[in-house]
Design a protein. Structure first.
Length: 623
């Protein structure tokens, strides 16, 4: 217990000491405007009237991570439930929702997998290509369409500025031996990433490739991850731009205990994903802008319940999804208007889901206007037609009032829906799980109040919300003799509170970055069927605390992070991580120590997460 409170106390002491010195320091830093590229409006963050967390490129470099999955664990309100560590497999949820109730975007385009949310994070984008990650909390159909029931994660890639190359290699270990394997090797992992950029007057390009592998952290958890990513920007003239990006991601991993413990000790899974996204921007005149886009995702999922007996209990799924979107933005004298439509087609061919397809169509309109230089309002609606569920309408409003140059009050009210996945509807995996083709779509509304404060050193936020999900989908069974099957529970009501504080002090060469974020959730299911066992029940976090302290002096940087999680159905745990990084011109060498107190904990199912793990890495960054 003592070791678990050392780092929070150290963090509090740093905050107090630096706050006292704040009065003596000159204001050497400035507030940077960050443009939020979302599906509708493009507004500075100071005008964005939502509860948004931005993980900047600077923060990404400081954290002891090498994958998107690991990176998102440091965002309060985001619940990453890893089964395969080090970026192998994880579920994403936001503010107590399920892993199916949120959207994953790449530069504003949907890349969510239609088969299951278990595969959502299998994306080809390396950390080195990410400019920032935006996490929008709350139902957001008005902005992003259906399936944004609890929030949205948008990955924004870099826009290269010069020619250059990048190389990164690392090796890590727990220094514990594999006592169940054949060779008695130390558990270890390693990886290599290479990339390059080419910048010309009217076009620029990025190309990255990576390989990560390890022999796991316990029996049958070895993994191999390969990724290839390309992005090209074309600017024929000042009125027209085009972005093309594509990638491949293939993960192969031992799945011991991932989904059906203890019987799946010899399980293995292969997930392969291909993506192609195209979007463009056309300035028709000074008032009207047109933004068409199209995004395609192909996914192959091969789950082998017995990896040495492929003719028994093997599931293979092939899925395709294509989303096209045409948006218009018109700057009128009285307001900014956004409008347009989108179409999404999904298809699956599967050994135990069958052959199915569905289409979804949406129309949207939104108006944004400022009043009295203090009141800013976004109001709009999204009309959705699904071939299975018919028409649905999702209005919403965001508003903020600038109390002064530093303080802002915020109000949001939003709605959304979640169309059941192919797995929910049609899975036939007897005797374990069967789908339910009679499922209704989940619907939700949320009301949120909050405030923000920002100056040259402090960034403070606090929000309280209430969310009600109707026809909430849960997987249940009466007893062990029958399969789990999804059904629509009556309601899932969640009250929540989240707050964050960021503090920066110092000059460019020597400075402190200190952050502390807390989330509290109180979910309840009403009218839950009696005498039934739930497969997932409510497994959300009740308390979540994320604290980071970064100190940078010239070429040396050190980051200490502390994460506390208390789930409704699991024991609470503290995780402490450290990264020390030293730069010499274009080279950098780093040392990571993850879970430094060797805490035993579980995030999902029956899969124990790695204990203490050390990594040393070397980077060359000529980008």
């Amino acid at each position: 217990m003592k070791k678990n409170i050392i780092l929070p106390l150290a963090l509090l002491a740093c905050l107090t000491t630096q706050a006292q010195e704040n009065k003596k320091q000159e204001q050497d830093t400035t507030i940077e405007e960050i443009v939020i590229y979302n599906q509708r409006l493009q507004l500075p963050s100071s005008l964005k009237n939502r509860n948004i967390t931005i993980l900047s490129q600077e923060q990404i470099k400081q954290l002891p991570v090498k994958s998107l999955n690991e990176l998102l664990t440091y965002v309060a309100g985001v619940d990453i439930r890893q089964r395969g560590p080090f970026g192998t497999q994880a579920d994403l949820s936001i503010d107590g929702g399920s892993f199916e109730q949120n959207l994953l975007l790449l530069n504003g385009q949907k890349i969510t997998d239609p088969q299951t949310g278990h595969n959502a994070l299998n994306v080809p984008v390396p950390i080195e290509a990410i400019e920032r990650i935006e996490i929008l909390r709350g139902p957001s159909a008005r902005l992003y369409g259906v399936n944004s029931l609890t929030g949205v994660v948008n990955i924004v890639t870099k826009n290269p500025q010069k020619d250059g190359v990048f190389a990164h290699t690392y090796i890590g270990s727990s220094f514990k031996k594999d006592t169940e394997g054949d060779h008695g090797e130390l558990y270890n992992n390693r990886g290599v990433q290479v990339g390059g950029t080419l910048v010309k007057e009217k076009h620029n390009h990025m190309l990255f490739g990576s390989h990560d592998s390890g022999n796991g952290t316990r029996y049958n958890t070895a993994y191999h991850n390969n990724k290839l990513f390309y992005q090209g920007n074309y600017i024929p003239n000042e009125k027209n731009t085009l972005m093309v990006l594509g990638g491949l991601a293939r993960s192969s991993f031992g799945a011991n205990g991932f989904y059906a413990a203890p019987g799946d000790k010899e399980s293995k899974e292969i997930v392969s994903t291909s993506m192609l996204n195209i979007n463009s921007r056309h300035l028709i005149n000074e008032r009207f802008t047109l933004l068409p886009s199209i995004a395609y995702r192909y996914n192959f999922d091969d789950y082998q319940y017995y990896r040495h007996k492929l003719d028994v209990a093997r599931s293979r799924h092939y899925s395709h999804s294509i989303t096209s979107n045409v948006r218009g933005e018109y700057l009128a004298d009285f307001a900014k208007i956004s409008f347009g439509g989108e179409m999404r087609y999904e298809e699956i061919n599967s050994t135990n889901i069958g052959n199915h397809s569905k289409s979804n169509y949406g129309l949207f309109a939104e108006l944004q206007r400022e009043f009295f230089d203090a009141l800013d309002i976004n109001i709009g609606t999204y009309a959705n037609y699904n071939t299975k569920y018919g028409w649905q309408f999702f209005p919403g409003i965001d508003a903020s009032y600038a109390i002064n140059t530093n303080w802002k009050a915020i109000f949001n009210a939003g709605t959304s829906s979640r169309i059941p996945s192919f797995t929910d509807l049609y899975l036939d995996q007897r005797p374990g799980n069967i789908g339910n083709p009679d499922l209704l779509a989940e619907t939700a509304y949320q009301v949120e109040l909050g405030t923000k404060y920002i100056d040259s050193k402090w960034n403070l936020e606090a929000f309280a919300f209430y969310r009600n999900i109707d026809d909430f989908i849960d997987w249940v069974r009466v007893d062990k003799t029958v399969p789990y099957q999804p059904y629509n529970a009556s309601k899932n009501k969640t009250k929540g509170f989240n707050a964050s504080a960021k503090y920066r002090i110092g000059k460019a060469t020597t400075h402190w970055n200190i952050g502390l974020a807390y989330t509290y959730l109180d979910p309840k299911i009403e009218n839950k069927a009696e005498n039934k066992t739930s497969k997932y029940t409510i497994e959300s976090l009740r308390h979540q605390l994320v604290g980071t302290v970064n100190y940078t002096h010239n070429n040396l940087s050190a980051t200490l992070s502390n994460r506390y999680s208390e789930r409704l159905t699991y024991k609470s745990y503290w995780i402490q991580d450290v990264r020390v990084n030293y730069n010499v011109k274009q080279y950098s060498i780093y040392l990571d120590a993850q879970n430094i107190f060797n805490t035993t904990y579980i995030e999902a199912g029956a899969v124990p997460m790695p204990g203490r793990w050390f990594t040393i890495g070397l980077k060359y960054n000529g980008l």
